[in-house]
Design a protein. Structure first.
Length: 256
């Protein structure tokens, strides 16, 4: 690991560097393009994207919580958008190194600590709770059906971060159908939403897709996760990005 270089994405190298998570998938080219455009607009908000110089998923992305696209009250903290170490890179200390880089950056800028969203058990597109617990993070708030907010406080006298009430309320009663909300923060959302279009057009059951376009809308969303969240009749169902087959099966299930 000592010989592995860390690369920080910037406006200058964003177009030439890969963004790790969709590196091997030609089918997500449009999504990668959208993700890079989204990143380029967030650098001014303090976003950092740090990765190892390898052809793999070994990176961490974080931003000041007040600028994060999530419904979380954590002013004065750093929020981890995404933290991913996969495959052959696991168990070699890369994750600890990336997390240490994030925490050192947060301390140097005078932040109170670091927060992130996990699942109460392993879930797709969420960081590993067990890893964070081992590194000194603790659960500071929960949100049905399985979301947890974790924090590492640099000063125990600070206020405790929490989910906003909007994240716990759902869309409300009286909504019929399937609603999918997404942002371009994840390179998989745009191409997979595109694949759902024929299913949606052919379905007699209402299915609606909504792109979250602003930080303000994301910070008042109906679920803790804004990159992709699916609701059935106004109630949160999953943050897993659905394939066309999975959407078909869901429509059959809820239509009865």
């Amino acid at each position: 690991m000592k010989n592995m270089n860390i690369i920080k994405l910037t406006e200058e190298n964003l177009l030439t560097e890969h963004i790790c998570c969709a590196i091997s998938s030609k089918s997500t080219a449009k999504g990668v393009e959208a993700k890079k455009e989204w990143l380029s607009k967030r650098f001014k908000d303090g976003l950092r994207f740090i990765k190892f110089d390898v052809k793999g998923k070994v990176f961490i992305e974080y931003i000041p919580a007040e600028n994060a696209w999530v419904p979380v009250d954590a002013e004065g903290y750093i929020f981890i958008n995404c933290f991913w170490v996969s495959g052959s890179f696991k168990g070699k200390g890369y994750g600890k190194r990336l997390l240490a880089e994030c925490e050192e950056d947060a301390r140097s800028q005078g932040y109170k600590g670091v927060v992130l969203i996990v699942g109460n058990k392993k879930k797709p597109f969420l960081s590993d709770k067990a890893f964070m617990l081992h590194d000194g993070y603790e659960v500071c708030d929960t949100c049905d059906p399985y979301f947890e907010l974790m924090v590492k406080n640099f000063d125990q006298r600070t206020t405790t971060p929490s989910f906003k009430q909007s994240a716990k309320s759902g869309m409300g009663d009286g909504v019929r159908g399937i609603d999918i909300f997404y942002t371009e923060q994840c390179p998989f959302t745009v191409p997979y939403i595109k694949l759902l279009e024929p299913i949606i057009q052919a379905s007699s059951y209402p299915v609606r897709c909504h792109r979250i376009e602003t930080k303000e809308a994301a910070q008042n969303h109906f679920s803790p996760v804004t990159t992709y969240s699916l609701f059935v009749d106004g109630k949160f169902y999953t943050n897993e990005i659905l394939t066309a087959d999975k959407l078909n099966k869901l429509i059959e299930t809820v239509r009865g």
